[in-house]
Design a protein around this ligand. Structure first.
Ligand SMILES: [Zn+2]
Ligand SMILES: [Zn+2]
Ligand SMILES: [Zn+2]
Ligand SMILES: [Zn+2]
Length: 792
């Protein structure tokens, strides 16, 4: 999803292949500025632009009344079946297709408020009722909603407000005259019920709730760096030819210590797959929810009741405030381009939003400045040499790219602009694809009459709508955007969240990390990669926090893992993946595996064992038993085949679990275990996965002891692969704590909570949601009556 859809990539590839060889050569060698100057006219209106327009029809981003109707009816159907969570999501979809201020959209909000009420989300329910009222909810339907409001307030213990709301409802109903319709009767009955409930509560007020928990957390020690915004004072910014810019510990650092807190300069939510229909089945509306429906497009907070954009069906927000902020900063430009941006992929979208946030003045200042350095850019070697010499003499951070005149490195557009685009290392075809995509965006901005908005000009000096050449100003914006798309290949930072996987209605929540958005973090980008990093990154909304995951002695470089971790793949696979960043990793793990012939963790653990005597198997294409007395040999091909079969069966078992066929799922998983034991080493990651799945099935059956037993075995294997204090082990311990908690195994639960907290607080900090959930479990366990405690 980062890159444009495949059809557009192929279309551009054909265009590239058909260009004059001389032109291709010139484009290949051109600077960003010249690439744009040469390539601007190569997007032909009747050919490439038309093809792109056709592709955009598959992306759904406009408001469509038919879709609204469909989603509302689906929502009503599920509401009738008491599937309130799913109904609320469908009402949100319906609302996103309605016009603001229309009675239709107010009905969507009112319906959603009913679903939220049943789900016990009273505060959000009240917000939706207020929304329904402000969008012109039909007068005759108002009493019902007012009664819901009163009930909500009652549940929240706001008795006076509840009584007031009830009064309004009563007046309203009286004004409407005596209606003897059955609905009116039901409402009257409800009204009197609520009245007596309020009286009841008033006569015996509930004891005031104790202030929730005494979790007075000590605030984390934090001293900010003088020259790097958002960084701790225990880091320093260095530069040399080999490593470029990098951060180094300037004093000894302890595990769990926060090193960096940075707000993304820009972030764009990654859409789900279903936003692009694969075929042209125009009538089928998709009821699957994706990230785009679950998170605020501005602040990335999880959504319960989204506020739709006024113009499109795609952008959704957690609040009117986020909707207004996004509109002001970038969405008024992006809104009508929804389908195009979905088609061209997240990188292009991030590039556009980056220049919109920076503003034309700043973009054009830095683009001009970059032209002065273009000669140097063509010779990066010389540039680096030049730089390191300058730094030696000045002994400061002043000459480091991205730093301002005072030698400060800040999360600013200047810092983003100075991230390396590696223009000379990308393939010419790729550069051509990025260039045509960016030009397509700018052409559409011009055609949609948005140029003045983009350039922050008064719209009175209206630019003429021309379908031809881009204006010089838009060309400048396009050049910056091209730079950003190229930078993203090496500098895009994924914002991830732990998301519930599977059905989600089991007592034990199975969470896994999911990519939520793509962002620029200019300070975080200073960290180089290692396959054995010494930090962990966690996210909250659009903010990243970096913590030391192990002791880091003074003088050691701080390393981030860009993805390929030594615990997850062997050196060949890692180097392959890292080639997109244009460097060869020389971290300790890679050196060990490449030069000293140390076997990778993965290949040792994920190995095969002899089907006959269970001793480890050795060799490449043909594997032989390491036990000389045995002498069995098997082809790798046939073992891999068995492995694939096994994975297929495990998938089937998971499907059975989802279909609530727990007994069948257990049978299947036990059979898988038997098979696996015959040819996989006991430490194989799949062995752990099977134990984990078994634990899940037993948990859905409420068989907590069995579940805990299986999960403990899975944890042993996760520990071997990722290390006993890794975040992976922390997540597994969190699950175990939930299982023990549910099974009232109090002392075991408490000790597991302790271990999980120790590990997770190092990686995610003491304020993370997981730690808070663990604390709640602890409080709950300590408040259990003694009778239950003694039983265990
Ligand atoms: Zn928000
Ligand atoms: Zn919009
Ligand atoms: Zn490495
Ligand atoms: Zn053997």
């Amino acid at each position: 999803m980062a890159l444009p859809v495949e059809e557009w990539r192929l279309c551009v590839a054909r265009r590239w292949a058909a260009l004059e060889p001389a032109l291709r050569e010139r484009l290949a060698a051109a600077s960003l500025h010249d690439t744009l100057r040469l390539g601007c006219g190569l997007l032909r209106p009747e050919a490439e632009a038309a093809a792109l327009r056709r592709l955009c029809r598959r992306a759904r981003a406009d408001k469509e009344p038919a879709a609204a109707r469909f989603y509302r009816e689906e929502g009503n159907r599920l509401f009738g079946r008491r599937h309130y969570g799913a109904a609320a999501k469908l009402y949100s979809q319906a609302a996103s297709h309605e016009l603001p201020g229309s009675p239709e959209v107010s009905v969507c909000f009112a319906n959603r408020s009913a679903a939220l009420f049943h789900l016990g989300h009273f505060e959000v329910c009240l917000e939706d009722i207020a929304r329904a009222e402000s969008h012109g909810y039909p007068d005759r339907l108002l009493p019902k909603v007012l009664l819901r409001k009163a009930e909500c307030l009652l549940c929240l213990g706001r008795l006076q407000d509840a009584a007031d709301s009830l009064g309004v409802a009563e007046n309203k109903m009286a004004m409407d005259g005596i209606v003897t319709s059955p609905t009116h009767q039901t409402l009257l009955k409800k009204l009197s019920q609520l009245k007596s409930k309020i009286r009841e509560k008033e006569s015996c007020p509930e004891p005031a709730r104790e202030a929730c928990g005494d979790i007075q957390r000590k605030s984390e020690i934090w001293e900010e760096n003088d020259s790097i915004s958002g960084a701790s004072s225990s880091l320093s910014l260095n530069f040399d030819r080999e490593r470029g810019r990098h951060l180094v510990a300037s004093q000894d650092i302890l595990p769990g210590q926060s090193l960096l807190k940075e707000e993304a300069f820009v972030s764009v939510l990654c859409p789900g797959e279903s936003h692009l229909l694969q075929d042209s089945s125009e009538t089928a509306w998709d009821t699957r929810v994706t990230n785009a429906d679950l998170y605020c497009h501005c602040c990335l907070r999880q959504l319960l009741a989204s506020v739709p954009c006024r113009g499109c069906s795609y952008a959704k927000y957690c609040s009117q405030n986020c909707a207004d902020v996004a509109w002001e900063q970038y969405h008024r430009t992006e809104c009508s381009l929804g389908a195009l941006l979905l088609t061209l992929g997240v990188f292009c979208h991030v590039a556009l939003r980056t220049v919109l946030l920076a503003g034309f003045a700043e973009v054009s200042r830095l683009v001009e400045w970059s032209h002065d350095g273009d000669k140097d850019l063509h010779n990066p070697e010389a540039r680096c040499k030049h730089l390191s010499e300058a730094l030696d003499t000045r002994a400061g951070t002043r000459g480091i790219p991205g730093c301002n005149d005072d030698g400060q490195y800040q999360s600013s557009y200047q810092a983003v602009f100075n991230l390396l685009p590696h223009a000379e290392k990308h393939s010419p075809e790729h550069k051509f694809l990025c260039m045509l995509s960016v030009v397509a965006i700018c052409k559409q901005l011009q055609e949609a009459g948005l140029e003045a908005t983009v350039l922050n000009q008064e719209s009175s000096e209206k630019c003429e709508k021309t379908s031809g050449e881009l204006s010089p100003e838009l060309k400048t914006m396009a050049e910056a955007m091209l730079r950003h798309v190229l930078q993203l290949q090496c500098n895009a930072q994924a914002i991830t969240v732990m998301q519930e996987s599977g059905s989600g209605d089991g007592a034990v929540v199975n969470k896994k990390p999911v990519r939520l958005a793509t962002a620029f973090f200019p300070v975080l980008s200073l960290l180089n990669h290692s396959c054995c990093p010494n930090i962990s990154v966690s996210f909250s909304g659009t903010a990243a926090t970096v913590r030391a995951s192990q002791p880091i002695p003074s003088g050691q470089e701080i390393f981030h893992c860009y993805g390929p971790h030594r615990c997850r793949m062997g050196v060949a696979e890692r180097q392959q993946l890292l080639s997109q960043y244009f460097f060869e990793c020389r971290c300790q793990a890679c050196l060990d595996e490449l030069e000293s012939g140390v076997k990778s963790v993965v290949s040792v653990r994920n190995s095969f064992c002899c089907p006959s005597c269970r001793a480890p198997m050795q060799g490449e294409d043909v594997l032989c038993c390491s036990n000389e007395a045995c002498a069995i040999s098997v082809s790798r091909e046939s073992l891999s085949h068995r492995l694939r079969d096994l994975q297929q069966q495990m998938k089937t078992a998971l499907e059975l679990l989802r279909a609530r066929e727990a007994d069948q799922a257990i049978k299947m998983l036990l059979k898988c275990q038997m098979d696996a034991g015959n040819f996989l080493s006991p430490e194989h990651l799949l062995m752990g996965e099977m134990e984990d799945h078994l634990a899940q099935v037993y948990a859905t059956l409420g068989k907590w002891q069995e579940a805990a037993r299986h999960l403990e075995r899975s944890i042993e294997i996760v520990k071997m692969h990722h290390g006993p204090s890794s975040i992976e082990t922390g997540h597994e311990l969190f699950k175990l704590a939930q299982i023990l908690f549910n099974g009232f195994a109090v002392s075991e639960a408490l000790s597991t909570i302790q271990r999980a907290e120790e590990i997770l607080s190092v990686h995610c900090g003491p304020q993370s949601t997981q730690i808070q959930e663990l604390e709640e479990m602890k409080t709950c366990l300590s408040e259990l009556p003694r009778s239950i405690l003694q039983r265990t």
